[in-house]
Design a protein around this ligand. Structure first.
Ligand code: C2E
Ligand code: MG
Ligand code: MG
Length: 373
């Protein structure tokens, strides 16, 4: 037995029948430590939690075994007093492989493992007006890792700064190559927004790629305004001055302080998909969406509804004056090539729609003359 430090101890047990003997010993330890101790006349209650890792199943090096026992201990502590837990690869996988993912993420950019997919955003007439660039990491062994998993890791170590720059540059260059002149939206992490040189970086990217500034949208979340509002607002103001559009993403789920809407002129809000998803069955979600839409109209801010999955949601949003729609109903994130085709198709579709409307008028009478003029 060894004391690691503070109130942490390690017990190494040599056993044949692994898990049973280990849990027997652990239970005996927990049991004996729950007894009341008499310390020089004072009654002391102590308890213990135990995490167990087994060699070789959970690791073969001391470092692996200690880390995994520690992860199991963390779970034991969260299960209440006097608990024991075995390391379980199925549950503990995510926490456990974080240091390794971190190592690999560091190299992902130079190894060309990052890509961008583009999800279309439509206006109320069904035209594609914008694409949101969404980052993907294809790991050589683990396959596709979602951004919800790797972006937080990239943020802690600040790899998100070069990764984010790469995303802006790639998205801008891609948009320039498209035949349609729709906008391109790129997500910014709070870590990026707090970099004072971000406006300079964006300006240089616009120059290098030749994208018109007003075709670029940068999406930020409310979190950054809470962390360091003043600094963030200065950076956003400079970006705005370049002509870039600033969008408030996931609106309604953070702290949604209305004072930010007052102090900074966002070009657009995106209503979080949480509200959109509950639109049809939940009266309060309907009221919140309605309030966001009418407030934005008053303020002259555009609104995109995120996560539109059903036609019912789309028509409710449309009836309430929402002007942009994004979601699996209308289009999943897709490659740059498919996105380009989609945008070209959507403008022809729209032209076809317009021609149809014209020909309806023609058949109806003198409307054609009016249209033609
Ligand atoms: P977000 O910016 O709110 O992006 C929208 C997310 O919702 C995307 O998930 C998209 O695939 C998903 N989505 C779109 N329509 C629907 C729908 O109808 N139903 C459902 N259930 N989901 C829908 P994704 O690609 O997994 O991205 C998750 C988040 O990761 C993004 O949320 C964004 O915050 C972050 N992210 C993605 N790419 C980047 C990036 O390049 N940089 C930074 N900093 N963050 C990024
Ligand atoms: Mg976004
Ligand atoms: Mg969002």
């Amino acid at each position: 037995m060894a004391r690691l430090g503070g109130d942490e101890f390690v017990v190494l047990q040599a056993i044949d029948d692994q898990s049973e003997q280990a849990s027997d010993l652990a239970q005996r330890i927990i049991q004996s430590l729950t007894e009341v101790f008499d310390l020089e006349g004072r009654r002391a209650h102590i308890g213990t939690s135990i995490g167990i890792a087994i060699c070789p199943a959970n690791g073969v090096t001391p470092q692996q075994l200690l880390t995994r026992a520690d992860i199991a201990l963390y779970r034991a502590k969260h299960s209440g007093r006097g608990c024991l837990r075995f390391f379980d690869p199925a549950i503990d996988h995510e926490v456990d492989d974080r240091p390794q993912l971190e190592q690999e993420l560091r190299k992902a950019l130079v190894k060309d493992e990052l890509t961008l997919l583009y999800q279309p955003i439509f206006d109320a007439d069904g035209r594609v007006v914008c694409f949101e660039a969404l980052m993907r990491w294809t790991h050589p062994i683990l396959g596709e890792i979602p951004p919800s998993r790797f972006i937080p890791i990239a943020e802690v170590r600040k790899f998100i700064v070069p990764m984010g720059e790469w995303a802006i540059e790639t998205a801008c260059a891609t948009a320039v190559s498209w035949s349609s002149s729709c906008r391109i939206a790129v997500n910014l992490s709070p870590v990026q927004v707090l970099q004072p040189d971000l406006p300079g970086t964006v300006e240089a990217i616009l120059q290098r790629t030749g994208l018109a500034a007003d075709r670029l949208e940068l999406e930020i979340t409310e979190g950054v305004l809470l962390q360091d509002g003043e600094r963030a607002l200065t950076v956003l103001g400079k970006l705005n001055a370049l002509g870039v559009r600033i969008v408030l993403d996931d609106f309604g789920t953070g702290y949604s302080s209305l004072s930010y809407l007052h102090r900074f002129r966002f070009q657009k809000l995106k209503i979080d998909r949480l509200f959109v998803g509950r639109l049809t069955e939940d009266q309060s979600a309907r009221s919140i969406v309605k309030a966001i839409l009418s407030m934005s109209q008053e303020l002259g801010i555009e609104v995109t509804a995120e996560g539109v999955e059903t036609t019912q949601q789309a028509s409710m949003l449309r009836a309430q004056g929402c002007n942009e729609f994004q979601g699996f109903l209308l289009g999943h994130p897709t490659t740059a090539e498919t996105a380009n085709e989609l945008a070209a198709q959507s403008s022809t579709l729209n032209m076809v729609e317009q021609l149809r409307a014209v020909s309806r008028e023609f058949h109806a009478g003198d409307g054609y003359i009016k249209q033609a003029s």
